[in-house]
Write a protein that binds this ligand. Sequence first.
Ligand code: IPM
Ligand code: MN
Length: 346
Amino acid sequence: SRSLNLAVIPGDGIGQEVVAEGLKVLSAVLPQDVKLETEEFDFGARRYHATGETLTDADLDALKAHDAILLGAIGDPSVPSGILERGFLLKLRFAFDHHVNLRPSKLLPGVATPLAGQPEIDFVVVREGTEGPYTGNGGTIRKGTEHEVATEVSVNTAYGVERVVRDAFARAQARPRKKLALIHKNNVLTFAGHLWTNVFNKVAEEYPEVTTEYMHVDAATIYLVTQPERFDVIVTDNLFGDIITDLAAAVSGGIGVAASGNINPSGEFPSMFEPVHGSAPDIAGQGKADPTATVLSVALLLRHLGYEAEAARIEDAVSADLGERGDKPARSTSEIGDALAVRVAG
Ligand code: IPM
Ligand code: MN
């Protein structure tokens, strides 16, 4: 019989509530012969306050033993900005070489968008996850004076760019429209921009069926709002990807439904799946959070581990649930989880 050995990190705020619903739906959708084992980890603000630790080498070893990681959200106003971001989330992405940060945007029927009409939105952003300005390569001199100089160096390696560009081409090739856009800013960031463009054009020769385009990131923010239907797969660097995926989430139903995967494609390390939203301390513990983004992240997790049919069942259940929300009264976090669990089981 098969087994799925999951590391679960509920984290802070609404992370606790949404992860519980994600696991509920996961248990309901898994075939009988798959033994689900979960180990919960207490990373986040409470652990930080109690021990001063965010993520130790021993923690990384413990996480490594699992097939995948499900994360709720990490972050609390009681922890100074940057500590958990760098000490937990980015540390984990870097340590487990999560170089493919996968963020699909699909406007599902019945879901509100601030855009005019009901545009067809169905694209996926492949955001590089281990390089760019996120590496912590920088510094400051004359700090606190009016002559302070701060640098934040963007690191782009041919190896790192090529592997994420290849991943994006393979995803584009597998989709019906077979379109791939490179988003960068190569008119100004000429060193990194030319590396990205050259690698992209070189790999494109191996994918004659994939239609490619290049777009500057500023122009892309316009098109994501005025013509989101033109996008199929997007590949971009870590920071541009961070920014445009929040915009993408805003136009395709909001962060209540935005899912993501931090993927190590080789499988050398476990991949991590998380909703794009944060810990929302203002509504934590009240059953107000929508667990849909976490449930959709569970679908990405299942697809990554080869459970394609189960992933599709979750996505269909979410579509149906969203489609029927309409004018019905708002449901609690666990009521939405219950409804989705019933749908995927039936
Ligand atoms: C995200 C977040 C993180 C990022 C932060 C919290 C470090 O905004 O997952 O998009 O910038 O990658
Ligand atoms: Mn972000």
